[in-house]
Each structure stands twice: as structure tokens, then as C-alpha cells.
Design a binder for this molecule. Structure first.
Ligand code: NI
Length: 211
């Protein structure tokens, strides 16, 4: 692969990944390679390479002779992904509690408190920032990278409704309070509850999509 096509593949990879994560491409839908090639005035090759890379990461499903589809998950897979997420986050909270960035937690706390009416985009940003702070406390680049992949998968089945956003905000606040108070046991308990609730609502969303 030449350097030029490699960088085109990179760019196409980023474009497609962003569309998937922003849910512009719906879960389970077919990704039109020709359309992407046309839009970007390129050949189909780099588009196919980008999609192969995304399929290695689990964001896209490669059905032979049919094409590439945005990955959808069943209930068992959703639970398994959330189990891995729980493993990472509880571990970091437990082992690296003292290393959590308190200033950032405090300013996040203010932002969450001031959020008012739930806005999905804003919530997603604050949610990602909060959980990332727990993971970053590890200062372990391998752990952070692996968690990032799990996080991308979660975006594919996490479509919270307004009521759930309201509750999740409350849970985040209680969690941050426990962290700022230095109460590790309470923080771990609150994080366990939070992830259990998110897992449950992801399962409910899945049922609605399939209904
Ligand atoms: Ni959360």
C-alpha cells in the first residue's frame, strides 16, 4: 500500500467511524461503499480497507458477498461488553482512587449540576468525560487504549431516554461526591449500581429496537 492510499484509508476510516459513533449510520444498516467512494471522489479500495479495519475493531460486520454493516448486538453480547467495562472501571476506582484528578472532577460536578433539562449530546460528553477520568487515573496507556475500544462499542447500543439521562446525572453526582469526600467504598458501591442500571437500560433499549 502506498503512503498516499494509506492516508486516504485513514481519513475514510475516521469519517466512517465518526458517522457510526454519531449514529448517522443506524445500527444494523448496510454501509454503501460506492456512495462513500463517490462522495470523496476516490476508488473503492481505500473504502474497503477502512471498513475492514473497522470490522477488526468490532464496529462493523463483514458479511461475505453481501457487504459491510454497522454492528448490532444481542442481549448476551451487550451484557458481556458491560462486564468488561465494569471490570476496567471498578479496578481503576479501587486501585487508583488517590490518583483521580480532583480538580477536573469538581468542575465536572458543577457542569453536571448546572445541566438542567437533559440534552443527549451534552450528557454524552459529560458521561464520557466522567468515566474517562476514572480510567485515566491508572496512567496506564494500554489499559486506556483497550477501554477506549470497549467504549466505542458501548456507543452502538447506548441510546438513553430522557428519564434515564436524568437518573444517570444524579448517579454521576453521587459518585463524584463520594470521590471528593475520599470515601472509596461508597464510590465503588455507587459505580457498581450505576453500571448495573446502565446495563439494564441498554437491555431495555435493545428490546425496543427489536420490537
Ligand atoms: Ni455514566
Amino acid at each position: 500500500m502506498s503512503i498516499i492510499t494509506k492516508s486516504i484509508t485513514e481519513q475514510i476510516y475516521n469519517i466512517i467511524k465518526e458517522r457510526i459513533l454519531l449514529q448517522e449510520y443506524k445500527v444494523g444498516s448496510k454501509i454503501d461503499m460506492n456512495e462513500i467512494a463517490r462522495e470523496n471522489e476516490i476508488s473503492i479500495m481505500p473504502v474497503r480497507d477502512a471498513l475492514k479495519k473497522l470490522s477488526n475493531q468490532g464496529l462493523v460486520e463483514n458479511k461475505s458477498r453481501v457487504g459491510f454493516f454497522v454492528r448490532s448486538f444481542n442481549e448476551r453480547e451487550t451484557k458481556n461488553i458491560m462486564e468488561v467495562r465494569r471490570m476496567y472501571e471498578i479496578y481503576c476506582l479501587d486501585k487508583h482512587f488517590a490518583n483521580i484528578n480532583k480538580e477536573k472532577m469538581e468542575s465536572l460536578y458543577e457542569e453536571i449540576k448546572c445541566m438542567g433539562e437533559p440534552d443527549r449530546k451534552e450528557f454524552d460528553r459529560l458521561d464520557a468525560e466522567f468515566h474517562d477520568l476514572l480510567i485515566k487515573a491508572s496512567e496506564n496507556e494500554f489499559l486506556i487504549k483497550n477501554y477506549g475500544q470497549i467504549k466505542d462499542l458501548i456507543v452502538l447500543f447506548k441510546h438513553l431516554d430522557r428519564e434515564r439521562i436524568r437518573l444517570a446525572n444524579k448517579e454521576h453526582c453521587q459518585l463524584i461526591e463520594a470521590i471528593l469526600e475520599g470515601d472509596k467504598d461508597k464510590a465503588i458501591q455507587k459505580l457498581e449500581e450505576h453500571i448495573t442500571n446502565v446495563t439494564y437500560s441498554a437491555g431495555e433499549t435493545l428490546k425496543k429496537i427489536k420490537a
